[in-house]
Design a protein around this ligand. Structure first.
Ligand SMILES: Cc1cc2nc3c(=O)[nH]c(=O)nc-3n(C[C@H](O)[C@H](O)[C@H](O)COP(=O)(O)OP(=O)(O)OC[C@H]3O[C@@H](n4cnc5c(N)ncnc54)[C@H](O)[C@@H]3O)c2cc1C
Ligand code: SF4
Length: 328
């Protein structure tokens, strides 16, 4: 590990002053310290931002929820107001990693976590994302990689929280110099779609302050399939939200994770769902739209049937009926 300077920032403004282009913000450290130990990242200075005022609060506002950047994943999972009003959000948090990761890992760190691609994380490999010339995964071990990408890198977004946030129209509040920005989940990962070097749209020393959810309560679900029940990322994740009246859905959003450098959403599928009676036929059509431009590689084609199964299960859970059992 390369030596680095360690400082604690007392305010957001000071954190920005302390964090130069080659420095890094440190929250829970579950992602960043792994990168430093594996020689993937070598910041000159690590700026501890865990104690920034107001970043540890979960606040119910007049119109929704404001979640501080340093709220831990465990605090989201265990919050009774969120469990009751936004059940898919609490579930997405409960499915992150392990109790240790959830206790240390923060919301901002979860959204800003870097690629889990094994080539990127290997200290002896310099792939395209890490300043090299090739994407090794494309022609070799691509089991965990994307079905969609806008650039040669096929490393997907693996944040559980990003997937549920997309369906809730949540925005990320960011301090960039003197600018106060709000990004949707689409905007937050857009750079990673176009640019193989980017993990997200944050620029060096952009500081996430909080996440805003513009609804107080919303039926929503989060589901995932992983290889292991604990300590593992999703092979595919799926979140859905919408108002269900009887069996008819309105304002539907369905989003998938671990299959694209973006949280994967297909506007046509969301529009198609409007006013529909949820059943197996509708779920099949939604899955077809979601997968219509998928480009499976040698080892990740298994993700397509997983996407279909998760879309079925998510819409089935939202509607409160089991499509498979009642034959609808
Ligand atoms: C074994 C293991 C299993 C995991 N499983 C899952 C899983 O199933 N699902 C899932 O979603 N995640 C999973 N994770 C990822 C985990 O959720 C993240 O590592 C964690 O949330 C990161 O938060 P942190 O506070 O530790 O971030 P840190 O490691 O401190 O930071 C991570 C990155 O975010 C940046 N950062 C942190 N805070 C801010 C801020 N306020 N503004 C700007 N940049 C910031 C840092 O500079 C760094 O680049 C897993 C991690 C591990 C190690
Ligand atoms: S998928 Fe991206 S991170 Fe992985 S080897 Fe290819 S360029 Fe590197």
């Amino acid at each position: 590990m390369k030596p680095f300077q360690y400082v604690t920032a007392p305010t957001a403004k000071r954190a920005l002053e302390l964090c130069g282009k080659k420095d890094k913000f440190l929250a829970g450290g579950t992602d960043l310290l792994g990168e430093i130990k594996d020689h993937v990242s070598a910041p000159g200075r690590v700026v501890n931002i865990k104690h920034l005022p107001g970043t540890r609060d979960i606040v119910e506002t007049e119109t929704g929820w404001k979640l501080g950047a340093n709220v831990t994943i465990a605090e989201i999972a265990g919050h009774s107001g969120l469990q009751k009003n936004l059940p898919g959000l609490a579930e997405a948090a409960a499915r992150v990693g392990s109790p240790q990761i959830r206790n240390m890992g923060t919301l901002a760190g979860n959204l800003a976590q870097h690629s889990r691609c094994w080539y990127y994380r290997h200290q002896d490999v310099q792939c395209l994302k890490n300043g090299g010339y090739r994407c090794y995964a494309r022609e070799a071990e691509n089991k965990y990689h994307s079905l969609f990408s806008g650039n040669p890198c096929i490393s997907p977004v693996v944040s559980n929280m990003a997937v549920i946030f997309a369906t809730l129209n949540a925005t990320v509040n960011i301090l960039r110099g003197s600018q106060d920005l709000n990004m949707t989940m689409g905007e937050f990962y857009l750079n990673a779609w176009f640019n193989p070097y980017a993990h997200n749209s944050l620029q060096p020393s952009d500081l996430i302050l909080h996440i805003d959810i513009p609804v107080k309560a919303q039926p929503c679900v989060y589901l995932q399939v992983s290889e292991k029940s604990d300590f593992d990322w999703a092979l595919v994740s799926c979140a859905a939200a919408g108002s269900v009246n009887g069996n008819t859905i309105s304002n539907a959003r369905i989003a998938l994770g671990a299959i694209s450098p973006l949280v994967h959403e297909v506007e046509e599928a969301n529009d198609f769902l409007e006013g529909k009676e949820l059943d197996r036929r509708v779920a099949n059509m939604v899955a077809d739209m979601i997968l219509s431009e998928a480009v499976p590689l040698e080892h990740n084609g298994y993700k397509e049937p997983m996407v279909r199964a998760l879309v079925h299960r998510a819409l089935s859970a939202l509607s409160g009926k089991n499509f498979e059992e009642d034959g609808s």
